[in-house]
Design a protein around this ligand. Structure first.
Ligand SMILES: [Cu+2]
Length: 124
């Protein structure tokens, strides 16, 4: 359902989600890493009035992930791990309430380089 990663000689990185709107309830995220580096995908609530890409990375070049609802960062497996390798996949199944969410890769500097995307969850 998602893919992320940099182009060959590109310092920008991308994270895209398809579809970008899903019904509330059980949501399975399948993350395909099509880039050249390891990545991960975290699901963060997106506060009202805020758009994706507006979080301020800290001195560690990562954004605050304390309110993460879950992450796909285990190479070729579900849930949390050390990162999804290039040309590999990770996944997670979550129960999401209606609302707006920001999917982020929180490897150092990846957010600042563009690895975020909005996922909207609609009521039934
Ligand atoms: Cu990344």
């Amino acid at each position: 359902m998602m893919s992320g990663g940099p182009g060959p000689q590109d310092t920008r990185m991308r994270l895209s989600v398809t579809p970008a709107t899903v019904p509330a309830g059980t949501v399975s995220l399948r993350v395909a890493n099509t880039g050249a580096l390891a990545h991960e995908v975290l699901v963060l609530p997106l506060p009202s009035g805020q758009t994706v890409g507006q979080r301020e990375p800290g001195s560690d070049q990562r954004v605050d992930e304390a309110d993460s609802l879950g992450e796909a960062s285990h190479d070729c497996a579900a849930g949390k791990g050390e990162g999804i390798a290039p040309d590999s996949k990770g996944w997670i199944t979550l129960t999401l309430r209606p609302g707006r969410y920001e999917l982020v890769c929180n490897f150092p500097d990846h957010y600042a380089r563009g690895m975020y995307a909005e996922l909207d969850v609609t009521g039934r």
